[in-house]
Design a protein around this ligand. Structure first.
Ligand SMILES: C[S@@+](CC[C@H](N)C(=O)[O-])C[C@H]1O[C@@H](n2cnc3c(N)ncnc32)[C@H](O)[C@@H]1O
Length: 228
């Protein structure tokens, strides 16, 4: 727990930063998603991930507060020490992960990655404001490169970057996942780009026990288990 005995998530510094970030996201994210919808209607087809991200610009594309609390609870309950995140953005999810690490108080770090330098700069400042920057290593660049040399074992992996890269990032991390590692993937409603990932983790032969948590657009929760 934080120095006051209450969870770090309820500390004034974290609450203030999250309130500001969630408020900005509640304005910017619907606008960014509307741009994609309008463009898709004009073109009469679904946009690919690269096209979508071009229109999203620097919108936060944030998790919801409920998903944030789920991440915090899962990391605290499992006492995850090495936490890896794909898709930092403004660091809303990173703050929840780092708060759990602070409260578990058994060392470790969050390694997160963000491809857009401007977003990474804002994320760094937000982590400083939340007083959690000492627990986070932010790697700027494409996760495929920035996570390539990461040392395991990884206890908790949060996937929240480009949907069509979830499976690639999982497969990159798989050799470094701890036994019983937890993988949480934030989903988007009806996105065919997620199908390869979901088919992979839901097939027991790949070594995960996986279930959908119906929060917001869904979170796929997968636990590493011995393959049958
Ligand atoms: C959905 S947002 C993440 C939101 C964040 N987890 C939160 O809740 O605060 C996805 C982020 O992933 C970043 N991203 C997309 N492709 C990436 C890649 N290949 N490597 C690293 N980051 C990437 C985007 O720039 C964007 O900021």
């Amino acid at each position: 727990m934080g120095s006051t005995g209450s969870p770090t998530l309820n500390s004034s510094s974290v609450e203030e930063v999250l309130a500001r970030l969630f408020s900005a996201a509640s304005l910017e994210d619907p606008q960014a998603k509307e741009l994609v919808k309008t463009r898709e209607a004009e073109l009469g087809r679904r946009l690919g991930q690269a096209e979508r991200y071009e229109l999203y610009g620097e919108a936060p594309l944030a998790i919801t507060p409920e998903v944030g609390r789920l991440l915090y609870a899962l990391c605290l309950a499992t006492r995850a020490g090495t936490i890896v995140e794909f898709g930092c953005s403004m660091a809303i999810s990173t703050i929840h992960l780092a708060a759990a690490l602070r409260d578990a108080d058994n060392g470790g770090s969050v390694i997160t990655t963000e491809i857009l330098p401007a977003k990474a700069q804002s994320a760094r400042q937000n982590l400083v404001d939340a007083r959690l920057d000492d627990l986070v290593e932010l790697r700027v660049g494409d996760a495929i490169d920035t996570l390539a040399d990461l040392e395991g074992p990884v206890d908790f992996l949060f996937l929240d970057g480009r949907n069509d890269l979830y499976l690639t990032v999982l497969q990159l991390m798989a050799p470094r996942l701890a036994a019983s590692a937890v993988v949480a993937a934030d989903l988007s409603a009806d996105d065919p780009d997620l199908h390869p990932y979901l088919e992979h983790v839901r097939d027991r032969r790949h070594g995960y026990l996986s279930t959908l948590i119906p929060l917001n657009d869904g979170v796929e929760l997968s636990v590493r288990v011995p393959a049958r």
